[in-house]
Design a binder for this molecule. Sequence first.
Ligand code: AMP
Ligand code: ZN
Ligand code: FE
Ligand code: FE
Length: 307
Amino acid sequence: MTVVSPGPGALSLEWGVLIDLHTHSHVSDGTDAPAALVAAAAGRGPASALADGVPRLDVVALTDHDTVGGWDEAAAAAREHGIDLVLGTEVSARAEGISVHLLSYLHDPQDVGLLALFDAVRTSRDGRARAMVDRLAVDHPVTWDDVVAQTQPGTTIGRPHIADALVAAGVCASRDVAFADLLHTGSPYYVRHAVPDAPDAVRAIVAAGGVAVMAHPGAHMRGRIVSDAVIEELAAAGLAGLEVAHRDNDDAQRARLDRLAQRLGLLTTGSSDFHGDGKPNRLGENLTSSEALAEIERRGTTRMVRA
Ligand code: AMP
Ligand code: ZN
Ligand code: FE
Ligand code: FE
């Protein structure tokens, strides 16, 4: 059993088992291959990928945006490196005009309804990214090819790839600067993509045997956040939990979300939202309890990959 000595933030409690349920590989907008991400989570990669005081995780989830494309590679790597793996997807949705991300865990990766939803969102993301580049190119030296150069075949394209292209072109100093200056939702270069209504997305996840957890529900620095009423509606549609411990939820939001979860009978989780070198988030910087994970596994259709 791994015991982390008391430290700042989420790690000030002693966690018997280190469980991080939200990460991205280069199958979406992370920078590591799925196998490299899993190796890093198992303590077999660069120590810099892990939060201070975390030697390795016991359980990691792979949750690339709107795809199951990394699942097979991650599963093979988990067996090789001896770490438990929860397979998932971060599903793009919208409620009251606000972008909502739903973590789906342990769904059937061949479910026709969910795969059709992912296809539609990914197609819309491509068109939207091209439209954003068209707008940006009027004022900045960036092309669609520059964005494609930041992706792998099959990658779910998002604003982070446009940010990386802007960095490579010397327009912005970092991903964060690109978001702050050019890519934020209020920017004239911002274009939306077509996504399902959040309650419909929750129902699609549940129909596919998945367990739906709302990602970073209180991340107000990214844009507007949803009201309690939306979370109530999602709970009625089958939402299982709220990702409370996430660096983008401040203390007031965490308190609000804990209260809501208690009232609505929802699980609470904590995760890093690791994106490799693309963001400062480190593996294990926020954690999920083994009780919450046990409930997710009980409700999910796909089995966890066991070390
Ligand atoms: P998209 O889904 O294409 O709209 O891009 C959203 C993704 O960009 C999120 O999942 C984050 O990974 C990243 N992101 C959103 N806001 C920011 C920000 N302010 N700074 C850096 N990354 C961000
Ligand atoms: Zn992302
Ligand atoms: Fe997200
Ligand atoms: Fe994420």
